[in-house]
Design a protein around this ligand. Sequence first.
Ligand SMILES: Cc1ncc(C[n+]2csc(CCOP(=O)(O)OP(=O)(O)O)c2C)c(N)n1
Ligand SMILES: O=c1ccn([C@@H]2O[C@H](COP(=O)(O)O)[C@@H](O)[C@H]2O)c(=O)[nH]1
Length: 252
Amino acid sequence: MDKVSELHRKPLHYLKDDADSKLVLILLNQPIGSSLQILKVLWKKAIFKAATDGSVNHLFSELGESRDSYLPDIISGDFDSATPSTLEYYKGKGVEIIPTPEQDATDFTKSIRITAKKTKDMQKDAVVILGAFGGRMDHVFGNIDTLFEAGKLMPGVPVYLLSDDSLVTLLEKDIKTEIHIDSGYEGEWCGLIPIGCPCEHVTTSGLKWNLDDDVLKFGELVSTSNAFAGSSSVTVKTDAPLLWTMGVNYRR
Ligand SMILES: Cc1ncc(C[n+]2csc(CCOP(=O)(O)OP(=O)(O)O)c2C)c(N)n1
Ligand SMILES: O=c1ccn([C@@H]2O[C@H](COP(=O)(O)O)[C@@H](O)[C@H]2O)c(=O)[nH]1
């Protein structure tokens, strides 16, 4: 069979109350803070929830009295961050605790490997990861690296790193991706970041600064502070994996 040559992505539509989306949710070790409302809407739509190591400390402390309405399906990690008492609490509530002591992959990578196996027979519209930005820079790059593996673990399923102000996803090579930007939650800005390797041929439509078979490469051109031109979608064709990032405006 020929490879699909055009993909549609709706990176923020699942945030709409009326969207009937089936999500897989992964929590990383960052304060929930201003993403609390997003966490609550994602939780309602999540068919599987995975907490990664220290993320349970935030779930426990930031959700207060309502914490028992937010029990994840699994908690995994090398457990250098989750406090023993927090792990005991969730264990007592019947949450599956999965130690992943190996030190050649991050807790996030190990979590998404487990999640891919556990959800392999579930129909899922997207995998959404909360807590990937704003902390340690090595972790931010590690989280982006995990997107490359995620694409192989769950082919065809969009994977989004999300916060209340930014979204990051990896666009596949040799495919024209149409990104729908009409959920109402889009922010003002967007960017195309050639992480991993240069992109020699990138063509876009729907942006204020479009590319026309241009090269994106660190040290030459990286498309930051780009913007939408007013249409309901953007298209991107690239010959190498390319990071798409955009602003999120989810204030309620
Ligand atoms: C070449 C190489 N560099 C670095 C490491 C170290 N390393 C990579 S992933 C990992 C586990 C990280 O665990 P995680 O809980 O995700 O992060 P932490 O907050 O503990 O740093 C370690 C120790 C390695 N194994 N190989
Ligand atoms: O500053 C940070 C800290 C952590 N992460 C992500 O969370 C997981 C789990 O972290 P632990 O510190 O082991 O609890 C880690 O693998 C990172 O993916 C982060 O993004 N930023």
